[in-house]
Design a binder for this molecule. Sequence first.
Ligand code: ZN
Length: 242
Amino acid sequence: MAQTPQKPDKALVLFSGGQDSTVCLAWALARYEKVETIGFDYGQSHKVELECRERVRERLCELFPDWAARLGPDHMLDLTTLGAISDTALTREAEIEMGEDGLPTTFVPGRNLLFLTYAAALGYRRGAFTLVGGMCETDYSGYPDCRDETMRSLQQSLSLGMAKPYTIETPLMWIDKAATWALAEELGGKALVELIIEDTHTCYRGDRRQRHDWGYGCGTCPACELRASGYEKWRAAQAAGR
Ligand code: ZN
């Protein structure tokens, strides 16, 4: 994006322990001298995702010594207030379905806006003005806070409001889930793909009882469906020799 970060050598990655943010973390580790991670507990029902975070960080360090040297501290923030004020299928016992406003009931209003604002506040102290997130508007669930336009607007607001040249990097914005698997392979080969299958978590229901080709999950929630169809499309493209 237009602005040059003040310290382009340091990035702060929004890291949930899911597939997308793990690919973003690998993407950042391949690019920046120092990378730190930030995660949020907002009372999500798929808390198992948070339990994957430490494991994923450890495995990345074991498998990729170059990245281990660059990976700095993890920061976990308590945002349970967000869960308390929002009424969604991710923070309450509710059906995952399409709501009357045309958005899935998994939409948590303000989530990415708050996450990035907290990340910017932490980045201010840590000297990290590049914020990396897995937002994507290619084959997403229609969340308005995942759109590129929202990110560009927020980047400007954060830069103005904190008087620092923040950059929000979203490496997955214009690629589909199949291409996210391909990007993982490009960044870390088969080892990274295996790590994503075994150790990351995406399922909205927090279900890790069933192991599929593409990893663990209930297999039927929108997050599982996206992950599974992306995996199948990627594998089919590989089989076709593309
Ligand atoms: Zn699921």
